[in-house]
Design a protein. Structure first.
Length: 278
């Protein structure tokens, strides 16, 4: 219920700014307010640009490509932003659009966002993800190395090298496999951190822990994994969860808040086991 309420709030905010286009509109003229920052140590500022003849069917990143072509042709420096697959899989396209990570459309990454979601003549504010643990490198590019450190701490399982096992060699109940598959859908984009008031990465960490701890292959290192990944999350400078739920509301893969509860439970059990073993 909390997630649905917050999702409706984000959708209403998005609807207030992202008015649908007129059906017969063949091109759009837009005003862009973009964060520019040369170096990670320097100070940044918003700069205003205008871009014309944008197709409503083009993606948001294609619109930024058009802007960069325009800037290069005029002798200005292009806007730096992350992108890779442009299919909503890699999680690289992490932008805050009009104050909402990924633009506020439910289950949609920035690269899947199309310009028909905006209206002709609208001013669009584009900035990087804002979090102390995500320092800005340049313009719209941030360093999400903290996520890599969390994965390195325990986001793996032991397995034998060689040929792959048969699919039915390890019986796994379908509901359990479905849950693990849903948890594994996390693409590590960082929207949860950017949306959280405390810059918490517990939705991301919880998704990775719940995914691996749920399956038989990950049971052997369940306790060590949970303690290591949570400890590394704290070391990386991420905050604590306050159960506001913004993280799940803006998550493009709609990871549920249940993963945080599962992580907290596994962490408590692992901590008790470690205390008793001492």
């Amino acid at each position: 219920m909390l997630k649905n309420l917050i999702s409706r709030t984000y959708r209403s905010q998005s609807a207030a700014t992202n008015k649908p286009l007129v059906k017969n509109c063949s091109s759009m003229n837009l005003k862009l307010k973009i964060w520019r920052q040369d170096t990670s140590d320097g100070s940044g500022q918003f700069k205003h640009y205008e871009i014309n003849n944008v197709s409503p069917d083009s993606s948001f990143l294609e619109m930024l490509d058009m802007l960069n072509e325009q800037l290069v042709e005029s002798g200005d420096q292009s806007v730096a932003f992350d992108s890779d697959c442009r299919e909503g899989v890699c999680g690289m396209c992490s932008l805050t659009i009009n104050g909402i990570p990924h633009g506020g459309h439910q289950g949609t990454t920035t690269c899947q966002l199309h310009m028909r979601s905006f209206s002709d003549g609208q001013t669009i504010t584009i900035e990087p993800f804002r979090a102390k643990s995500f320092p800005v490198l340049r313009d719209l590019v941030v360093d999400r190395g903290g996520f890599d450190e969390i994965i390195q701490a325990g986001g793996f399982i032991p397995c034998r090298t060689g040929s792959a096992q048969d699919a039915n060699e390890i019986p796994i109940p379908k509901p359990l496999a479905d849950d693990a598959f849903d948890f594994a859908a996390c693409i590590g984009c960082g929207a949860c951190v950017a949306a959280c008031k405390n810059a918490s990465a517990m939705l991301f960490t919880g998704a990775k822990i719940a995914h691996l701890n749920s399956l038989p292959q990950g049971k052997a290192e369940k306790d060590r994994r949970t303690l290591s990944m949570v400890s590394k999350m704290d070391e990386a400078g991420f905050g604590n969860c306050r159960n506001y739920g913004e993280c799940s509301a803006v998550c493009p893969k709609e990871i549920p808040l249940d993963v945080i509860a599962k992580m907290n439970r596994d962490f408590a059990v692992a901590s008790v086991k470690g205390f008793i073993s001492k």
